[in-house]
Design a protein around this ligand. Structure first.
Ligand code: SF4
Ligand code: SF4
Length: 622
């Protein structure tokens, strides 16, 4: 069967297609919004085209980076994929590999999350390009993202440097018709040529490599001056010009078209965000009275502009210093600039129409909550019942961060942060001779990502706390990617299983117990015993593995053993269950003055029977 010539693709799928068409041999990743769809799409194309590409969900971004980098050392093409905060984890090899350089094309796809929609920070990956002194390309659409992947591999091989492709969320998650091209067949048998002065350089050689890196960067900048990755559009009205990057460029073009202003103002689209082609940018600015820079999430291009005399943007507060540049924000900026410059707009601008349309729908405002039947809720509820509100609850990154709503997550820093924060809190109180209950929670994937090293350090240094590993058998928040504990590989085949329990044991933990958190009383009793272990003279850290599959990932245990509940007429509507347990299926019926079960969302887990202290939630009869 021949391949289709064109398909509507998600930006991330277009990036995957670009990776495959470039003849890339090795693709590694750790999931994280907005990058998670890229590796599964590579797997899809690999299967459709019967390719020999090695794909893997690595245990974390640093590991993913280094595995792909090593493939590049052998002359193969390699790509590593992650979200922007993932690059913090991989920053160490990024900095070092900029010095050593690469052999086969090596592309880092790091997806940014301006907003942020699903991240701890809205940091700008492009700053890492400046920091590490590597090139960064910034696509404005899915179609361009695919082409930029190819350009990135070629650039990487020409200059023997890692190259960053930085799509922001509106490119990663946009959809567009994308043309397919043939897949490059690159015969690259692995050929690692020993060169200790490069691959194992000592500090003396590193100085030389740094000078070499600076020279590479200068020649890349020169190349970017005439690169077709940047686009200059003419405009007669030179009182205002735009420098625009990424999806801001697409929004700007659409808005000007909608306002009958297409072609009026000069626009410079910068696709090569670093190193900035200074002559191109300087020449553009010289031809305008004022230039508005539109980029996100931060002022990376603006910061690199040498003469900012005519430039306005994020740095001088004209563009908001934080947050996504949505179409509404860009419309407001354009309307404001037009007004200031006395430019008459050909039609009345209504910047708030989209927000108004949404408001008119009258949708109820709902805060994010754990799903009905979620095992995390049961675990948090049992944990709170065991240790009360005086305990400190360090949390971690995952859907279980929503334990915040149940007052069962007091801190959330980064991947693995629950274990280190718990350890640090213990040491701080212990120093003052105080014994404060501390119970940390971390997901299975997050534990494998960064919890293992933290736990071994905590054990080694004598910390004492309860660690609840919320093991729902998948990486739920980012789309059900398999974990190493499941043994399933990125392409669906089985690999070697890495058991969490064995890792915990290997870290030196003596108290390890596993329990189904749906068994709330048993779970509560176990957490109490775990706490006691932390206080015994010969005790230490106690690990409780709360094990039950995510209800969205595997509903079969619920289907096999449904527990249908009802709320009795004795319910007085005190709302305790709604506040302390927060299942979306328990709703207050204002007319009845009591809580009822919303059958449309209830999944018959039966855990809420434990949530009413007055025993009003009961198993329903036939
Ligand atoms: S079910 Fe129980 S906890 Fe919930 S509102 Fe009724 S009486 Fe209160
Ligand atoms: S049985 Fe109770 S806890 Fe489970 S989904 Fe239904 S209402 Fe929620």
């Amino acid at each position: 069967m021949s391949e289709p010539r064109e398909e509507v693709l998600l930006g991330n799928e277009a990036i995957a297609r670009g990776i495959v068409e470039s003849g890339c041999h090795v693709v590694t990743s750790y999931p994280g919004t907005p990058s998670s769809e890229i590796l599964p799409a590579v797997v899809r194309f690999k299967k459709e085209l019967s390719l020999n590409t090695h794909v893997e969900w690595s245990i974390n971004e640093k590991v993913a980076y280094e595995v792909a980098l090593a493939a590049s050392y052998t002359g193969k093409r390699a790509a590593v994929v992650m979200k922007q905060v993932g690059l913090n984890v991989a920053a160490d090899p990024l900095m070092s590999s900029a010095y050593t350089g690469v052999k086969g094309g090596f592309v880092i796809v790091s997806c940014d999350d301006p907003g942020p929609h699903s991240s701890q920070t809205e940091q700008d990956t492009r700053f890492y390009a400046l920091f590490a002194k590597v090139p960064a390309l910034d696509p404005s659409s899915p179609r361009e993202a695919k082409e930029m992947v190819k350009a990135a591999f070629e650039l990487s091989e020409r200059h023997r440097l890692p190259v960053i492709l930085r799509p922001a969320i509106r490119v990663s998650h946009a959809r567009q018709n994308v043309e397919f091209a043939p897949v490059a067949t690159l015969e690259r048998p692995a050929d690692f040529v020993k060169d200790p002065g490069r691959w194992a350089a000592t500090p003396r050689f590193r100085l030389q490599l740094h000078k070499e890196l600076n020279e590479k960067l200068d020649s890349i900048r020169e190349e970017f001056e005439t690169s077709d990755l940047n686009t200059s559009l003419r405009g007669q009205d030179r009182r205002l010009g735009f420098i625009a990057c990424g999806s801001c460029y697409s929004v700007l073009r659409d808005t000007l078209k909608e306002w009958d202003l297409e072609g009026r103002f000069p626009i410079l689209k910068i696709g090569t965000a670093h190193p900035l082609p200074q002559k191109l940018v300087g020449g553009f600015i010289a031809g305008c009275e004022q230039v508005l820079v539109l980029e996100e999430p931060d002022a990376v291009v603006e910061l690199q502009i040498l003469d900012k005399g005519k430039v306005v943007g994020r740095l001088n507060g004209v563009v908001p210093a934080a947050g996504e540049l949505t179409p509404e924000v860009i419309c407001q900026l354009l309307a404001q600039k037009a007004g200031e410059l006395g430019i008459e707009l050909p039609q009345e601008i209504d910047t708030g129409h989209l927000a108004q349309l949404v408001a008119d729908l009258g949708l109820p405002v709902r805060r994010p909550r754990l799903c009905p039947g979620c095992m995390h809720r049961a675990a948090f509820f049992g944990m709170k019942r065991a240790l009360g509100s005086k305990a400190i609850y360090p949390g971690d990154i995952g859907c279980y961060t929503l334990g915040l709503n149940l007052n069962a997550v007091d801190t959330c820093l980064d991947m693995g942060g629950a274990v280190t924060i718990a350890s640090g809190l213990y040491q701080a109180y212990h120093q003052d001779g105080k014994d404060v209950p501390i119970a940390a929670t971390i997901g299975d994937s997050t534990f494998l990502h960064s919890g293992v090293t933290a736990l071994s350090s905590a054990v080694h240094n004598g910390a004492r706390f309860v660690l609840v590993i919320l093991d729902n058998s998948t990486t739920a928040m980012t789309g059900m990617q398999p974990t190493a504990d499941s043994g399933v590989l990125a392409d669906g085949n089985m690999g070697q299983r890495v058991a969490i329990r064995d890792l915990v044991q290997a870290c030196g933990v003596r108290f390890i117990e596993e329990v189904d958190p749906y068994e709330v009383r048993e779970f509560e009793a176990l957490v109490k015993r775990a706490r006691e272990h932390t206080r015994k003279p010969n005790g230490g850290i106690a690990v409780v593995i709360a094990k039950r599959p995510c209800v969205l990932y595997d509903a079969s245990p619920l289907q096999e053993n449904p527990v249908r509940v009802t709320v009795s007429e004795d319910c007085d509507g005190c709302e305790y269950c709604q506040i302390a347990f927060e299942c979306p299926a328990l709703v207050l019926d204002e007319n009845l003055g009591r809580v009822v079960v919303d059958r449309r969302v209830c999944v018959n887990c039966g855990v809420c029977i434990e949530a009413c202290p007055k025993g009003c939630i009961v198993e329903a009869g036939e």
